[in-house]
Ligand binder design. Structure first.
Ligand SMILES: [Fe+2]
Ligand SMILES: [Fe+2]
Length: 284
């Protein structure tokens, strides 16, 4: 059972005058990645092929992720009526796919796989919370709050299964840490950058990772506040088996905040430097 349905969102409360134009390309890109959740369920089903409880949970999880894509896609279509969600997603599907033909986790163990999933859910939970708090548009606020609540439940789902496998596999702390920080680093890979390209750039334009990750991060990083990183760091600490609200977590959150501010400013500067003929520079 899903916790909510797209039809239950108060779409008629949409207020075009309250839309921040910098949020639209982010919502469009996020819709691509979320809508693609089905492939991860196939992959997870293969990795956990003898664990029917988890396989069922993964299928249910993917249904919710796909719904996130549809809700964000619908909102973006209201904010930009000329945008074609289905066509953009088709482009994304044709150009980006994960390897679903795995018979073991690419993270080296099932515990590692579940820690990586916890990191992804930490990222999405923090991100939609940040967007919900930043936007003044009431429908996007509602959609982001609903999604953020799902993402937090997803974190708990993967965390609980991870604890079960940790008891069996006994993955060392160093390995857990390596998986977690490895997955954090992957946030700037092609998955999001290519989604930004398909959702926002003209099909005649060639994909360029640097331009697209800059377009995405230069906008997305601006919506975070320290409290979002503090909470996210607590979740990462919990996932790797450290005290989520201790001094070390606070220190790490402060370091991550400084790093985010520095990178955000560099990405913003790079957007400003882009030539005025590209859609990115026009929007910035
Ligand atoms: Fe999601
Ligand atoms: Fe999720």
């Amino acid at each position: 059972m899903k916790h909510w349905r797209v039809e239950q969102v108060a779409w008629d409360r949409f207020e075009p005058s309250k839309v921040d134009p910098d949020i639209i390309p982010l919502v469009k890109a996020a819709a691509m990645v979320e809508r693609n959740g089905g492939d991860y369920a196939i992959y997870l089903n293969r990795v956990f092929n003898d664990d029917p409880d988890f396989a069922r949970a993964a299928d249910h999880w993917a249904e919710e992720e796909i719904q996130h894509g549809d809700a964000l896609g619908k909102w973006a279509s209201l904010a930009d009526p000329g945008w074609d969600y289905a066509a953009a997603f088709e482009r994304y599907r044709n150009g980006y796919s994960i390897d679903i033909n795995a018979d073991a986790s690419i993270r080296g163990s099932r515990t590692g796989e579940l820690i990586a999933r916890c990191i992804v859910e930490t990222g999405t939970s923090s991100y939609y919370t940040a967007l919900a708090e930043a936007t003044e548009e009431p429908v996007l606020q509602q959609v982001c709050k609903l999604i953020a609540a799902d993402e937090y439940r997803h974190f708990k789902l993967f965390y609980d299964h991870m604890k079960r496998y940790l008891a069996r596999e006994d993955l060392s702390f160093a390995k857990r840490l390596r998986v977690a920080f490895g997955r954090v680093g992957e946030s700037e890979d092609d998955e999001l950058a290519f989604a930004f390209h398909c959702a926002n750039e003209d099909p005649s334009m060639a994909y360029d990772h640097e331009r697209c990750i800059t377009g995405y991060m230069g906008r997305a990083m601006g919506f975070y506040r320290y409290r979002h990183l503090e909470r996210g760091m607590g979740m990462i600490f919990k996932a790797v088996g450290l005290e989520p609200r201790g001094r070390l977590s606070q220190l790490a959150a402060r370091g991550a905040w400084r790093l985010l501010c520095w990178r955000r400013d560099r990405y913003r500067e790079a957007i400003r430097r882009m030539t005025p003929t590209t859609p990115l520079a026009q929007a910035a």
